[in-house]
Design a protein. Sequence first.
Length: 492
Amino acid sequence: MLTIEELSVFCKKKGFVFPSTEIYGGMTGFFDYGPLGVELKNNLKSSWWKTFVSTREDVQGIDGTNISSGKIWEASGHLANFTDVLVQCKKCGKNQRADNLVEDVLKINVDGLNAEALSKIIQDNTIKCPECKGEFGEAKNFNLMFPVQLGAETTKDSTAFLRGETAQLIFANYKNIVDSGRVKLPFGIAQIGKAFRNEIAPRNFLFRQREFEQMELEFFVRPEDKKCPLLEKRQLELEFLFLSEKDQDAKQEHNKVKVSDLLAQGLLTEWHAYWLAESYLWFTELGVRKEHLRIRQHIKKELSHYSSATFDVEYKFAFGWKEIHGNANRGQFDLTQHQKFSGKSMEIFDEETKSKILPAVIEPSFGVDRAFLTLIADAYHDDKERGNIVLKLSPKIAPVQVGVFPLVNKLDEKTREVFNSLRKEFVCQFDRSGSIGRRYARADEIGIPFCVTVDFDTLNDHCVTVRDRDTTKQERVRIVDLKQYLTLRFGY
Ligand code: GAP
């Protein structure tokens, strides 16, 4: 399996992702997206928006600010609870995230252990600093929120924060949306945008960064609603690998289960099951292989301060099964807190029960960068027979959709004609350099699903050759039919 370092080298070489400000030595935990990366990222974000917002009647979008008042983060509990455990080497002064350190050295899972418990494990096992073999001091909590000073004054009120999750801007705007949008329960509010966390130890390329992007949906339901009318065969019959809390306690492997099994065991509510299934399906519908995905139930100790039940979708990376999506039952926690701290009622009038109620929330939360990493890692195939990498990205999100090539440079003019007619509909790349085999290989490496070649016969029969990236099969297609042919192949 390709290591995460090899994947980052590939992404840089092909223009997907670069270390940020590399000419000045770069900064740990910050990355910039290059020409191909930004196309792929935009495509995955629009796929998400289309699936979870614009094709639904019950979800609306917002775009909130990156910097917000400390009061929001006090109310949400982030200033008090949004922490990781840090240990510092007494000799070289290097900081380490305590749970990562213990997991790396002892190969055990320490999810949810507090500073005291982690300190004890480090001392009992005499774990030394990996950098200088020095001793570690006591473990302590470290808050991940980034403070920002507003203006020239330095008072408590002039300290704002870069948002640690996009979700809070949704809660802060929820009343505006209810008042301006005539929404009826159940309904959702979604947002795509940056989030910032002062991670102690950013690592594994895009996986753990200090600045990243989230795609979050807060779905508001009546707290006492046990039934989800949207739950049907598509979700109930969905089968996936599942690691329950019980399995983790008993150190068992994951099992294959259906959503209906989780409901029968009472592990989650119907609304939670619906959104968990829809979230999982977004990944598989973009081509991520089911055997590389699993759902893991959070054990009690690791639940976030706002959640009563959380299920992660995990991907099997070269560095282990890791969270790429979190699906939490936040209940009434956030609205209750904002009601208390702002002094403004967060209740809304429910037409069905003809009463004022404080909704409960189910939250499907996606990381754009982790989805990006998953899609590239899963698409990457080292094809020994072809002698090149084939990036089998779904045609729905491939950064370049069609490669257009003249067989020889003499055919440039005719090829440009074809290229110009296609680029209004598809993202196309014109490539005339090197042998045709080399051009196919280059197209494979950046995941172009279809390549169109103009040859000498084209001048007489007005047909081109279309090559399929995954099968390498070639078909002759009339130029007049080409747009329709490709549209069908893209499944639009
Ligand atoms: N609103 C809930 C929330 O923020 P989370 O599990 O902390 O929950 C949600 O984050 C998603 O955001 C994760 O599943 C992951 O995809 C992404 N994410 C979190 N921290 C990240 C980081 N440091 N770098 C990149 N992505 C991150």
